[in-house]
Design a protein around this ligand. Structure first.
Ligand code: G3P
Length: 216
């Protein structure tokens, strides 16, 4: 499973990249807005840090607007992926962009039908939002299982980016379901390597080692 960081915080992305765990980055308008820096500047900075795909989202909502924005964003760096919202206008745009070899990530996917349509028009990635489905009483990870099955049935190359991941358990369930990629908020990365029993175990090993050293 590949790990993307769902963040536009350059310092945090740098730190996580040094751990060797980062295969790519995803952003969205809310994430970019949090940083308070010019869009292009922050995206190019991220593209210089991380070699893998970096998603940057269009903010136009009609096909022509999305196309001109996407064609511009695609020139910002070699590893750019243009994020397009899941609408009919978005599908039209993805269909054209895929013929121009511009990589796309269709975002705000909440159903199998939406994911299937996006794959059919040539999306490089689709981003189902599992945490937001849980928020409304559904079981987000079931969407990952079902999308994986459908993409496999028809041998689409489209990869699933499991998005809106909020907990360790979300990540574990997405991995079990065979999601190709998990995009993980920078704040959750730190928690993934931790377990209380690991801390207790280390403490006990160190205590026993000190006792042993005092004897030999
Ligand atoms: O990748 C999508 C993500 O940024 C949305 O997460 O927690 O706002 O639903 P969340």
């Amino acid at each position: 499973m590949k790990f993307f960081v769902d963040s536009a915080n350059v310092e945090k992305i740098k730190e996580l990249n040094e751990l060797g765990l980062v295969d790519g980055v995803t952003t969205n308008p809310s994430i970019i807005a949090k940083e308070g820096k010019p869009f292009k500047e922050v995206v190019q900075e991220i593209c210089n840090i991380v070699k893998g795909p970096v998603s940057a989202e269009v903010t136009e909502l009609d096909c022509d607007g999305m196309l001109s924005e996407a064609r511009d964003i695609a020139t910002w760096a070699d590893n750019i992926v243009v994020k397009i919202p899941m609408t009919e206008e978005g599908l039209k745009a993805v269909s054209i962009l895929s013929k121009e070899n511009i990589k796309t990530n269709v975002t705000l996917i909440f159903s199998v039908a939406q994911g299937l349509l996006a794959a059919k028009v040539g999306a490089t990635y689709i981003s189902p939002f599992i945490g937001r489905l849980d928020d409304v009483g559904a079981t987000g990870v079931e969407l990952i299982e079902r999308l994986k099955k459908v993409l496999t049935n028809y041998q689409f190359d489209t990869e699933i980016i499991c998005a809106s991941i909020r907990t360790n358990q979300h990540l574990e369930l997405c991995a079990e379901a065979g999601g190709h990629i998990a995009t993980i908020p920078d704040s959750l990365f730190g928690a993934l390597s931790k377990h209380p029993l690991t801390d207790v175990g280390i403490k006990n090993f160190m205590k026993d080692w000190e006792n042993y050293k005092a004897l030999v």
